[in-house]
Design a protein around this ligand. Sequence first.
Ligand SMILES: Cc1ncc(COP(=O)(O)O)c(C=O)c1O
Length: 405
Amino acid sequence: MTTRETRTDPLAYLAEEIEQLRAQSLYRPLRVMSGPQEPRTTMDGRDVISLSSNNYLGLATHPRLVDAAAEATRELGAGSGAVRTIAGTMELHEELERRLAAFKHVEAVLTFQSGFAANSGVIPTITSERDLIVSDELNHASIIDGVRLSKAGRAVYPHKDVDGLERVLREAREKGGAKGAYRSILVITDGVFSMDGDIAPLPGICDVADRYGASVMVDDAHASGVLGRNGRGTIDHFDLHGRVDIQVGTLSKAVGVLGGYVAGRQHLRDFLVQRSRPFLFSTSHPPAVVAACLAAVDVLEQEPERIGRLWANTRFFKAGLERLGFDTGISETPITPIIVGDSAAAGRMSERLFELGIFAQAVVFPTVALDKARLRTIVTSEHTRNELQACLSAFETVGRELRLI
Ligand SMILES: Cc1ncc(COP(=O)(O)O)c(C=O)c1O
């Protein structure tokens, strides 16, 4: 009889793959935090200044969010107990969607369990084999997966290249009719690109899309809470209200909690409620999450000074890194990569910084191209100048040790 001891492990190839990743310096261990998500926290037992969270505005530990979550849990329980379409829609869920719709100046919003679920849920739901999706080559993995799940035709345009986008749309038109042979064309871009921190050229994208009758979808995960009035995102930043058909936002980054949402017209929301698989087949947020998100919208409206501090810290930190001679790429936002190139060097740099009490995560292939390994940093509104100065001093020490500057 086969026993646990004699049975050959049919998944043994995974261990071999892991060994290969280690040999190529591409294996990423998980750092474990024992404190809350704050600028100073404890990771793997070491006190560190963290430069790698997406908690841009410090809302993850904001007392108003924490109190709202605790109160909702006491009143309504720890879980929602069902998917939204069966018995899992609470008044709180709809209240949050109404608040977000008003905040984003759109007709309607539908929330999802995460930003990932929102992207991968909306794209295949609203497209079919009769449609074409045109996507920026550096769009987020959740967009790429959403496109893979769709039966639509697909094309990729070079990063932020509006002329390249137009070439793709022209080719589609040449296949016949304004939109070619397609029922619809969906142009998708990140608002802020998550690895380089650069901003999509949305006015140009909207102009080209309009000329070809295409709709536009923007993933504003890293712009929500960061760009636009009170953190309304890139559409507000560029004053493009009414010209972007689908906005995806996350509640997991600057908003400080968890979740994602799709914002747009009422019929978009209504259709997603009927057909979007992550919405239909996955349990809704617990009351604590929803109540904390509602409190976060209040904070965004009432404490805009947090966004001011975020940008002041961003300018200070970027200027310091650039003065030291680091390559920070093309970032225009608080996401600041320190591009090292080689994944082994990025890993070494992150390790040495960690020894000096700074957590700056190395990002390597496949998240970025093989020769574009980097440390990806994000300062928050809550870092003090002393903390940022300590980070810069450590970057200088390690940069010189590793001959990067
Ligand atoms: C551009 C972008 N879109 C979507 C997501 C997914 O958001 P969430 O973490 O809420 O699933 C992320 C987060 O990694 C992201 O960077």
